[in-house]
Design a protein around this ligand. Sequence first.
Ligand code: C2E
Ligand code: MG
Ligand code: MG
Ligand code: MG
Length: 274
Amino acid sequence: EGKKLGRNGSCFFTKELNDKLSRRIQLENDLRYCVEKKELFLEYQPQIDLTTEKIVSAEALIRWNHPVFGRVSPGEFIPLAENTGDIIKIGEWIFQDVSNTFQKHKNVLKDLVIAINLSTHQLRKKSLLTFIDQLILEEKINPTNIELEITESAMMDNMEDNINRLEKIRQRGIKVSVDDFGTGYSSLSYLLKLPIHKIKIDRSFINALDTTPESGIIIKTIIDMSHNLGYKVIAEGVETKEQIEFLKKNNCNEVQGYYYSKPIKIEELMGRLT
Ligand code: C2E
Ligand code: MG
Ligand code: MG
Ligand code: MG
């Protein structure tokens, strides 16, 4: 079935590999037009304060409705968009869409913080700040309603520039959180150097709580360290009552995960506020 053997007898071509490759090529190609063709949309996943049990913020998560492949996950297409450079245009669309949502539902959303994921490539661009400043200047976004989620590895990449850029972002009143904390294999020294507000414990640690008790030790340590440094802590990927109990007992500030809600449409999110 579509298999060919190399001269040394090894298999260098399979149908699966070919399918994967052609899907990738097709996606990379179509990324160029996904904004104009209005194929992107955002879902929002609530972030709940563990002491009040209220929704205090929501993470914007991008979705792509591809005309042929249907729903393509951001885990698949964001890395491709970083390669092709389309992430810049897509990233700007995200800010614009969030800003439209705020304008449309000003009264309901006025106290909500929306967390926007920033990719390495976006953070590296000088134009990011100009773009954000423009939105603030035109009163399209209120900086105190915005938080930026940046992964540990993106933070570490080009530290000197990032310190500068993130400092300016903080001066605007925008909050910054460290996404997927604990998975970056990086030195912790950046925690002292970068202006951040919140640490997001990666869901792999929360997930492991059920099977590996040691994971609890790591979670506790992350929470204590973050608090001692003056940062809030949110746990990602919380799915069970037991995980919630553990996190409450250990003073985690917020949670996000299927236990409370999957990512949902903005209308549904608004229905759950108050
Ligand atoms: P992330 O920023 O760490 O987002 C959390 C991911 O975990 C989301 O997957 C979310 O749907 C999923 N999740 C939330 N709660 C649970 C849970 O309880 N259990 C499990 N198993 N999963 C849960 P999603 O939406 O597929 O996004 C995957 C990644 O793609 C994100 O990870 C982020 O790195 C990237 N991404 C998503 N949207 C954007 C975006 O707008 N811009 C950029 N640059 N990256 C994005
Ligand atoms: Mg995130
Ligand atoms: Mg994350
Ligand atoms: Mg992630």
